[in-house]
Design a binder for this molecule. Structure first.
Ligand SMILES: C[S@@+](CC[C@H](N)C(=O)[O-])C[C@H]1O[C@@H](n2cnc3c(N)ncnc32)[C@H](O)[C@@H]1O
Length: 262
C-alpha cells in the first residue's frame, strides 16, 4: 500500500495535527521551500523593521519632500555629480537615527555633500522635515539596508568619510551575527572610501567596541588613526546623538574609532 504523505487528524476543538511516518515521502511543498532557501539564503540583517510611532508631520514630510531629498534604492551606482549638482567631498552616515548629527554637519559644512542611509521611516521623515525647514540642499537620503546600498549603489572610492554612530549593539550572544560591523562589511565600507578617506565609528557598548577594533585592525587597506593603536578621542564636531545621550543616561562609556584608507 502506498504510504500516505500525511495522516490528518481533526482534533477536538478543530485544530489539525499532522503525523508523518519515517518512510513517508517528503511533501512536495517542503522540497520546493528548501530549494528556494538554498538558492536565496535569507540575509541576516543588522536591523528589524519596526513600525514605530510616526507623527503626522513626519508622514507628510516623507510624502512631500521625498522627491527633493529621497533617493530610491536601485542596484546601479549613483551618479553623485548629477545627484548633488556639483562635485564635492561626500560624507555618508549609516543608520543616522533621527538625523541630529547629519543635520548639524550639513548646516555647518555647506561645501560638502551628505548621503544618509537609514531604514527607520520616522527618522527619515524627521530629518527631511528639518532639512526643509532649514533650507539645506546638500543632503540626500536612501531608505534601505546600508549593506545593499554600499554594495550596489555607492561606487568604489566614492566617499571621503563614512560615519557609523552608535550602531545597534545586539548584546545577546545569539544576536551577535546581526551586528553591522563584521569582517565582510568592514571590507565593503573600506572599498567605498577614496584614498585617505576615513571611516569613523562610535559605540557605547564596550564589547562591541572591542569587536570593531579587532575587525578594523584586520581589514586590509585601513590604518588606525589612533596614535596608541586603540580608540581616538571623541570628535568635537559630533553632535550628541539620541543614542549617545541615552548611553550617557545609563552611565555607559563612549568609544570612538577612526580608520583611514591607505
Ligand atoms: C541604535 S540606532 C542609532 C541611531 C543614531 N546613529 C544615534 O546615534 O542616535 C541604530 C540605527 O541604525 C539603523 N540601522 C541599523 N542597521 C541598518 C542598516 N543595515 N541600514 C540602514 N540603517 C540601519 C536603525 O534603523 C537605527 O535607526
Amino acid at each position: 500500500m502506498r504510504p500516505q504523505a500525511y495522516t490528518m487528524r481533526r482534533a477536538t476543538g478543530g485544530s489539525r495535527t499532522a503525523q508523518m511516518r519515517h518512510d513517508d515521502p517528503v511533501p512536495r511543498q517542503a522540497v520546493k521551500m528548501r530549494q528556494v532557501m538554498i538558492q536565496h539564503p535569507r540575509a541576516i540583517r543588522s536591523f528589524v523593521t519596526r513600525t514605530g510611532r510616526i507623527t503626522a508631520a513626519q508622514e507628510r514630510a516623507l510624502e512631500e519632500f521625498w522627491p527633493h531629498f529621497g533617493v530610491d534604492f536601485s542596484p546601479a551606482p549613483l551618479d553623485l555629480t548629477q545627484l548633488f549638482g556639483r562635485t564635492v567631498p561626500l560624507t555618508v552616515e549609516i543608520g543616522f537615527g533621527n538625523g541630529d548629527n547629519l543635520l548639524a554637519l550639513a548646516a555647518t559644512h555647506p561645501e560638502r555633500s551628505y548621503l544618509g542611509i537609514e531604514v527607520h521611516r520616522p527618522g527619515v521623515g524627521r530629518l527631511m522635515l528639518a532639512l526643509h525647514e532649514r533650507g539645506l540642499a546638500n543632503v540626500r537620503v536612501v531608505r534601505h539596508d546600508a549593506v545593499e546600498v554600499l554594495r550596489h549603489q555607492l561606487a568604489p572610492g566614492a566617499a571621503e568619510e563614512i560615519l557609523i554612530l552608535f550602531p545597534d549593539p545586539w548584546p545577546k550572544k545569539r544576536h551577535h551575527k546581526r551586528r553591522l560591523l563584521q569582517r565582510d562589511f568592514a571590507e565593503l565600507a573600506a572599498s567605498r572610501l577614496c584614498s585617505d578617506g576615513v571611516l569613523r565609528l562610535a559605540t557605547d557598548w564596550e564589547p562591541y567596541a572591542g569587536q570593531m577594533l579587532e575587525v578594523l585592525e584586520q581589514t586590509a587597506g585601513l590604518r588606525n588613526l589612533s596614535t596608541q593603536g586603540g580608540f581616538v578621542p571623541r570628535p568635537a564636531t559630533r553632535e550628541p546623538t539620541r543614542f549617545e545621550r541615552r548611553g550617557e543616561r545609563l552611565g555607559h562609556g563612549v568609544w570612538d574609532l577612526a580608520f583611514q584608507r591607505r
